[in-house]
Design a protein around this ligand. Structure first.
Ligand SMILES: [Zn+2]
Length: 486
């Protein structure tokens, strides 16, 4: 029975990939109807009486192996959402978010928060109703966090954020006053030819050891990874025509997501387990490749030696390394550097928590945003597109998603530590282009399991530790405070 669900989702993934890449723009209307109908079919299949009964019976069996237990856990999470929340609420949320996405886009262009405000208020209200149906133990926001990051609670994430914020602030001040890492670089304005950059990106994928029979690279407005199956994973990037590190790092980031899907144990093919353990764990893979490999000194040197040598005139890899690691407090989350990125997330976490807790209204957000931005990042937005209107997430109803970015980053640093403990100095493996050993480690410890284990348990098994920001802070301090020559 699940094969039908899997097949429909397989089709949905491909339809969505096509929508984001090559579909003629006028196709969007019919595509969204077809996709929402197929989504409803998935929902119906998952909530059919026979299916729910079988699931209940399976749950009672004592001697299940870990995979069978994983399947039941994942399916129950899937079914839970559709059976606990009345279809009328899900329908209304779908309707309001599809309208809100259009309104949000216009409001952002016009810098008009009042246009978007009633939609945001309605979305928060619906989400507050949803959490009541889903249930929670301590804070209503727990129920939403759990949708994206199984088992994550408001208290836990609050502790992570409050322990990180002062260290990140302090580090930022020191790095800025040190001046070794620049806040801007001439390469940011350096134009490039997208055709040339495409060739460079393919060479980067070769260095990373990709298999063209199972992975392809295309172009879309926003880079993303789409897993159609274990044998067919697709990533995208965009070519903005200048500031070349952005497209390169996006390819490396998406490669991290893709590798996770590609290295899932083939025995899990077409089962509910053939996916990542959670959004946060997925992001830990992309961030590990992007930050800990892509932005490392060893990788930048390798990149110069193997790829960029013929394309950029400067042979100063120190300079190139600085360009890859610009540090600058900015207002836009997606442009943020490694040090300030998680401050942007802490801000959003605080606002979402208060909104779902019923402590603030949509109309309070712009002012609160400014206040938190000033406190965490040291600057505040002058317009709504730099503040409350900058991200797509709220308009699409993805509340509780942002914290997974921080979970991903801190787990990436913990993985880096664990790899160094097991395999020795990471940078020497990178310098020797010995990335296979790193990929094998990730496969063995994390990827092959797919969604068999819940995220916290998987991390504990893989690295012997709980999720914790200490490694990340130490990684940043080591990189950003000791990089400058004496
Ligand atoms: Zn990502």
């Amino acid at each position: 029975m699940y094969m039908d669900v899997w097949s429909l989702r397989h089709a949905l993934n491909l339809m969505n990939w096509d929508l984001e890449t090559y579909m003629p723009v006028e196709g969007v209307f019919e595509r969204s109807i077809a996709m929402s109908r197929i989504n409803l079919m998935v929902q119906r299949l998952l909530t059919r009486k026979e299916f729910l009964e079988k699931l209940e019976i399976a749950e009672e069996i004592d001697d299940l192996n870990i995979y069978e237990r994983g399947v039941i856990r994942v399916l129950k999470r899937d079914v839970n959402y559709y059976t606990k929340i009345p279809p009328s609420i899900i329908g209304e949320l779908n309707k309001i978010t599809s309208e809100a996405s259009v309104v949000w886009r216009n409001a952002k262009v016009k810098e008009d928060f009042d246009m978007f405000k009633p939609y945001l208020e309605r979305i928060f209200t619906l989400e507050r109703e949803i959490v009541e149906y889903l249930g929670y133990s301590e804070h209503p926001y727990d129920a939403l966090l759990d949708l994206y990051e199984e088992g994550l609670t408001t208290r836990e994430f609050g502790n992570i954020a409050s322990s990180m914020i002062p260290s990140l602030r302090k580090l930022l001040d020191r790095v800025l006053s040190d001046g070794y890492f620049p806040s801007s670089h001439r390469y940011e304005e350096e134009p490039y030819d997208p055709e040339v950059m495409k060739r460079i990106n393919n060479k980067i994928l070769e260095i990373l050891g990709y298999d063209p029979a199972r992975l392809r690279l295309d172009v879309s407005t926003h880079p993303f990874t789409s897993s159609i199956g274990i044998g067919d994973v697709r990533i995208t990037t965009r070519y903005e025509g200048k500031d070349f590190r952005r497209t390169m790092l996006s390819v490396i980031h998406e490669y991290g997501h893709a590798l996770y899907e590609l290295q899932i144990d083939e025995r899990l093919r077409a089962t509910p387990l053939s996916t990542g353990a959670s959004m946060g764990i997925h992001e830990s893979q992309s961030r590990f490749w992007e930050l800990m490999i892509g932005k490392s000194r060893a990788f930048v040197e390798l990149l110069y030696r193997e790829v960029l040598k013929g394309y950029i005139w400067s042979s100063d890899t120190e300079d190139l390394y600085k360009y890859f690691n610009i540090v600058k407090p900015s207002l836009i989350r997606v442009d943020a550097d490694e040090i300030t990125y998680n401050l942007h997330i802490a801000l959003r976490f605080e606002i979402e928590k208060l909104a779902i807790g019923g402590e603030i209204k949509a109309s309070d957000i712009p002012e609160l945003w400014s206040e938190l931005s000033e406190r965490y990042i040291g600057i505040k937005p002058k317009k709504h597109s730099e503040g409350v209107l900058q991200d797509i997430h709220w308009s699409s109803g993805a509340i509780g998603y942002f914290p997974t970015y921080t979970i991903g980053t801190i787990v990436a640093a913990q993985i880096r530590d664990a790899i160094e403990k097991d395999l020795g100095d990471l940078s020497s493996h990178i310098s020797r282009k010995n990335l296979n050993i790193v990929k094998q480690w990730l496969k063995e410890k994390i990827h092959r399991w797919g969604a068999t284990y819940p995220p916290k348990q998987l991390v504990k098994m893989a690295i012997g530790k709980d999720i914790d920001p200490t490694s990340y802070i130490l990684y940043l301090e080591k990189k950003y405070l000791t990089s400058s020559p004496p």
